[in-house]
Design a protein around this ligand. Structure first.
Ligand code: SF4
Length: 316
């Protein structure tokens, strides 16, 4: 029978001008296909920091510049210094958030940009210094360093997008699951389901988390869950390399290969080599593993999050 995976609904903070509202300086919004595809799977919390600090729509452009080592926000056409207003809005907004799983902010923006924001040497924006981040995004990144925070520009890169989606849905699942865990056995079940997902990210952390689960007991469950949560968030921060994925795939294959004939084994191992060298996509190997797991009725493997970390419709 087909295993039907269910996914937690991530709570996602989204820049309001990404498909939602015409709040950009020029009175327009930005259409982004990936964000359009993702948002029906999420619970959205929208934010437009520039409108929130009282700038109207349309408005004169604002810029980021560096002065005495501090990033500042300025509106050259009106001479308005906006740094303190933006920082105090960011603090208030961030403080009002609860149970957030991730952020998608607007790239290049002096407020929301996670990457590629123009930073100037002067408040008039005449001399370009470097590319950096927007002021609001800087505060978000400081406060939520363990959560997936990206902008729609970086998410055009397939590897960054896949890692973002994997993290976003895993963080949401972790949040929902931990809320309902009342027994150590339920924590064990959760950890079991994430074994290969965690292995792909970090074998060392997988081991540490396994130890944490083994030490959990009825008496210390609350503290154990909090420590597990923190370890989990840290473990999945870095994008796994091809080598780490190949190693994880071979571990899964190890459960299945004894049932395969010589030709099937050799064929799969060749595909793993091809994947390592960038000649085939990981998706191909995952589909082989899923098919073998179904064929040999290996429910432990079929239920592994690694084989489908987020809804398939979001792939591509
Ligand atoms: S980038 Fe941020 S501040 Fe600018 S319009 Fe979009 S949501 Fe508002």
């Amino acid at each position: 029978m087909l295993y039907v995976r269910s996914f937690a609904r991530p709570r996602l903070v989204l820049s309001a001008c990404l498909n939602l509202k015409p709040v950009r300086y020029n009175g327009l919004f930005v259409r982004d296909e990936f964000v359009l595809k993702l948002t029906p799977y999420c619970e959205l919390i929208e934010v437009c920091p520039e409108v929130a600090i009282g700038l109207g729509v349309p408005r004169e452009k604002v810029i980021v510049y560096l002065k005495d080592g501090q990033y500042r926000l300025f509106q050259p056409a009106t001479g308005l210094e906006l740094t303190e207003r933006m920082l105090s809005f960011a603090e208030e907004f961030i403080g009002s958030l609860s149970e957030i799983d991730g952020f998608i902010l607007k790239s290049k923006s002096p407020s929301c940009g996670v990457s590629n924001t123009m930073v100037y040497k002067d408040e008039e924006g005449k001399e370009f210094l470097k590319k950096g981040k927007g002021l609001f995004a800087m505060e978000v990144l400081k406060r939520f360093e363990d959560l997936p925070v990206e902008d729609e520009g970086r998410l055009k890169n397939k590897e960054i997008r896949e890692h973002f989606l994997s993290r976003l849905f895993a963080v949401a699942d972790l949040r929902e699951s931990l809320k309902n865990i009342e027994k150590v056995s339920q924590l064990m079940e959760f950890h079991k389901r994430y074994k290969y997902f965690l292995m792909a990210h970090s074998q060392v952390r997988l081991k540490a988390m396994g130890k944490k689960v083994a030490e959990a007991s009825k008496g210390n469950l609350k503290e154990a869950l909090e420590e597990y949560r923190q370890l989990f968030l840290q473990a999945i921060k870095r994008k796994p390399s091809r080598g780490q994925h190949a190693n994880t795939i071979l571990h899964i294959f190890g459960h299945l290969s004894r049932n395969l004939n010589k030709g099937e084994k050799a064929h799969f191992l060749k595909l793993v080599e091809d994947y390592k060298h960038g000649r085939v996509e990981r998706k191909l190997l995952i589909e082989f593993l899923k098919s073998y797991a179904y064929r040999f009725e290996n429910t432990y493997l079929i239920s592994q999050t690694y084989l489908e970390p987020y809804p398939e419709e979001l792939e591509g």
